[in-house]
Design a protein. Structure first.
Length: 241
């Protein structure tokens, strides 16, 4: 079963979103559409402003960044409300979209507690110049108006490695599959791998005491988890450093 783990989410980088958009043919819809709640990016960076102990200077807060994409819930609320089964579980445990089934009811977006699903309000690709069409990833479906889309854990990369390993009659090695955001992250804060392999890096990181899942109390069993950042704001220690 494939899972993703993010270490120290406060180490954020806008580069991740750009790489995700380029890899998965996600259209840039512009400021006006974003202001209308029609953003298309599959990966967003949530910002949290904190002060020490809640009593710090509100004019100089610390900032914490947390990347949020589809967490591929095991008990996915989006699957149960889709009337045409356009969002389903794949054999390796990820939550995937079948675009030619989707009829755009947006029930899945309403039922998603993480608000990471995106709806195509326009056929963005129709007006793109030929040069943009030529630079798009041929391994990823170009979505049209009226369908939902979301993070797929870069399923095209997963299938490519699975096919290559099958032809070579071998098992997939740990770290052989890299998602686009994982490959672009300069801090190497993202880990992706197989939880069924107890020796994999992601399986070991899942055992860390700092691990937590976003909105875990909803019992949707997200496959993406995070490692809390360690910090020590003790001024005595900081002054001696």
């Amino acid at each position: 079963m494939l899972e993703l783990d993010v270490a120290s989410p406060s180490v954020g980088c806008l580069k991740l979103g750009g790489t995700c958009q380029a890899e998965n043919n996600i259209q840039v819809v512009g400021k006006d559409q974003v202001s209308r709640g029609r953003e298309m990016s599959w990966l967003r960076l949530d910002r949290y402003f904190v002060t020490e102990g809640g009593d710090g200077d509100v004019n100089e807060p610390q900032i914490a960044l947390q990347p949020v994409a589809c967490v591929h819930c095991e008990n996915a609320p989006c699957e149960s409300v889709c009337p045409v089964a356009a969002t389903v579980h794949s054999p390796d445990g990820t939550n995937q979209m079948i675009y030619n089934r989707c009829i755009g009811t947006r029930y899945c977006a309403n039922n998603c507690p993480y608000k990471v699903r995106r709806f195509n309000f326009y056929n963005w690709t129709k007006t793109l110049p030929v040069e943009i069409h030529m630079q798009q990833n041929p391994n990823v479906t170009v979505r049209s108006r009226g369908v939902m889309e979301k993070c797929s854990y870069c399923v095209q990369r997963i299938r490519e490695v699975q096919q290559r390993a099958g032809l070579e009659e071998r098992t997939i090695q740990d770290g052989e599959i890299l998602t686009a955001c994982q490959q672009a992250c300069p801090a190497e804060a993202i880990t992706f791998g197989d939880m069924n392999d107890p020796t994999s890096k992601v399986a070991r990181m899942k055992q860390d005491d700092r691990r937590y899942e976003m909105l875990a109390y909803l019992n949707v069993k997200p496959r993406s988890s995070y490692l809390a950042r360690l910090s020590n704001p003790n001024p005595a220690l900081q002054n001696n450093a």
